[in-house]
Design a protein around this ligand. Structure first.
Ligand code: GUN
Ligand code: FE
Length: 425
């Protein structure tokens, strides 16, 4: 039997970075979770069916977080005094080692999943830790919550502390076991191969992970070109490769299956060519890049290079789970790049940043992040009436105001693939 859902309200979505569709008191019709109509009047074939009328509230696509570390959730808002490499050693690795205990994992991951729900992040691409059982705990919690995610068991077999390292053999065997365990999950939660970054993975491990990605046909995520010290370290570890990007490429970890790389701040033009050729997505994480003094990613230049871009919270390099706040920061940082560094690349507009936080990242999941026909219906219902304003505003202005001064308390409902998702227990 076909399941038809009809939503009515003030609809806002961005089919392209420059196009914002705003429909006052419009209708979205979804059949079996997929949008079949979005427009001003209800087609006659759906007349008489129940309509969920959200009145004067806004209906926007659910947010997509293309890069977050679930086990770093308790560290958010801490450790802002260091750059990447000492930050990892001092704050991050000691916290991640605790996930050797699946009970600790359950405690933290439950709170993290609830926070994703609260902030309207309907899709996310997540790092777990090296621990396979705890990673399965995270996947189960996401599935129970009705949220969609790609989740990775992290791999680390070199240059890592004794308390958070695997042998190459163990890393590959555990990854295979976890990929097998992942087969029991439904369509919303899937695995993603996750070498932490080049410095923490030997060539043998990277090659093995490339083979597993192909064998199981799963995507790949990692970090790329985040910090100057990191980049120098990679070139010392891999003198045989022309660039950091090419280390992944040469180990079949870029473009063989869909790939997303966090940061990509300091790429050369040749590396951008490789990213374009392989259609590797950049996960731009503006809060993290500020907090860890990593730099300002050249987002306009990457977009002009036809490289797909999404946005990431990068919890806990970034401190905010809210993708509304992340997209606001992406705009702000692009303004600083434009005025301080290179005035040839214009700042991001609200529309562009909203696109990146929805359909931009959503493309990694297929047809996600927009209300166009054929797209999975992920939606948020926003009630902005408590944010006082004595003036009449357009729908786009209301969206802009909510992004800048609103928060999760204004998100009244969340839908994922056409299903209303209640607060996780
Ligand atoms: N590079 C390697 N590991 C990490 C991490 O946990 N966070 C960030 N921001 N960069 C990394
Ligand atoms: Fe990260």
């Amino acid at each position: 039997m076909q399941d038809t859902l009809i939503l009515k309200g003030h609809i806002l979505h961005t089919p392209s970075p420059t196009q914002l569709v705003a429909i006052s008191h419009g209708y979205i019709v979804a059949v079996d979770g997929v949008v079949v109509y979005c427009g001003k009047t209800l087609p006659s074939s759906y007349e008489g069916l129940p309509v969920v009328d959200y009145g004067d509230q806004l209906i926007i696509p659910g947010f997509v977080d293309t890069h977050a570390h679930a086990p770093q959730y308790c560290n958010r808002g801490l450790g802002m005094d260091k750059e990447l490499l000492p930050w990892l050693e001092t704050y991050t690795f000691p916290e991640e080692t605790k996930f050797n205990d699946p009970e600790y994992a359950r405690l933290v991951y439950s709170a993290f999943v609830r926070d994703l729900w609260r902030h309207g992040t309907t899709r996310s691409i997540l790092f777990g830790t090296i621990h396979k059982d705890s990673t399965v705990v995270l996947m189960k919690l996401l599935e129970e919550a009705g949220l969609s995610a790609l989740v990775g068991k992290v791999n680390m077999d070199r240059n890592s502390p004794d308390f958070l390292i695997e042998t190459t053999e163990q890393s590959l065997a555990d990854t295979k076991a976890w990929l097998e365990a992942s087969k029991s999950f439904g369509p919303l939660v899937k695995p993603i191969i996750t070498p932490r970054f080049v410095p923490s993975c030997t060539s043998e491990l990277m090659r093995g992970l490339g083979e597993l990605a192909k064998e199981y046909d799963v995507p790949v995520q990692s970090h790329l070109s985040e910090n100057y010290g990191e980049i120098e370290w990679v070139s010392a570890l891999h003198p045989e490769s022309d660039s950091y990007t090419d280390v992944y490429y040469e180990h079949q970890l870029m473009g063989q299956t869909p790939t997303v790389m966090a940061h990509c701040i300091h790429l050369s033009d040749e590396e951008m060519d490789r990213m374009e050729e392989t259609q590797t997505m950049v996960s731009h994480c503006p809060y993290s890049n500020v907090n860890l003094s990593s730099g300002i990613a050249p987002i306009r230049k990457l977009l002009e290079h036809h490289i797909p871009v999404g946005l990431g919270s990068d919890i806990s390099g970034g401190h905010a789970v809210s993708m509304a706040k992340v997209l606001m920061e992406a705009i702000g940082l692009s303004k600083m790049k434009w005025v301080e560094v290179d005035n040839q690349y214009a700042p991001l507009t609200l529309r562009e940043a909203f696109y990146l936080a929805t359909k931009g990242g959503g493309t990694f999941f297929g047809k996600v992040g927009s209300f166009e026909e054929g797209y999975e219906l992920d939606a948020l219902i926003i009630d902005d009436t408590s944010m006082f304003d004595a003036n009449e505003r357009s729908l786009e202005e209301r969206l802009e105001r909510w992004i800048y001064i609103g928060d999760d308390r204004h998100i009244m409902k969340r839908y994922v693939a056409g299903r209303l998702v209640e607060e996780p227990k």
